[in-house]
Ligand binder design. Structure first.
Ligand code: SF4
Ligand code: SF4
Length: 143
């Protein structure tokens, strides 16, 4: 059950992404890639320019989807992906991993979890978040 901190802010630990069915079924509606064709060679991860910053390697993302481990939706990796297509170009099974990353982001966005309530940011977050992110947020909120 969600808990609220003082001021009505929802604890970020409670903002869980809930997918009731199988992850693969959600994905199928968004992209047609054959996730089960992956044989975990790791070639995609080896060529990803953002691998050092990711919490799951690119091949692990595929493995999580295959095993229906929904924690993949909470991973930084899907947001750090810059859609450069390097992994898709290199995959020996011709799996378009870039499309899979995009589909995973779509699943999260459809949950409508709002992470951008300014009143709920800590002082540390306000100091460390790039100013451009605040500008984007204001633009989003004023249409
Ligand atoms: S390169 Fe293709 S087959 Fe190899 S781990 Fe990545 S997705 Fe799987
Ligand atoms: S498309 Fe995303 S996951 Fe694939 S190599 Fe580029 S940044 Fe990495």
């Amino acid at each position: 059950m969600a808990t609220e901190t003082e001021g009505g802010c929802q604890d970020s630990a409670d903002k869980h992404i809930v997918v009731s069915g199988k992850l693969i079924d959600e994905l199928e509606g968004l992209c047609e890639e054959d996730v089960f064709g992956c044989y975990q060679c790791g070639t995609c991860a080896a060529g990803c320019p953002f691998m050092d910053e990711m919490d799951l390697t690119v091949d692990e993302v595929l493995r999580y989807v295959i095993l229906d481990k929904k924690e993949v939706l909470e991973s930084k990796t899907i947001w750090l992906c810059a859609s450069c297509f390097a992994c898709a170009e290199r995959c020996p099974r011709d799996i378009n991993i870039t499309k899979i990353m995009e589909a995973l982001r779509q699943i999260v966005l459809r949950q409508n979890i709002d992470e951008t309530d300014l009143e709920c940011l800590t002082d540390e977050e306000k100091r460390s978040i790039p100013q451009m992110a605040f500008v984007s947020l204001f633009r989003k909120n004023i249409g």
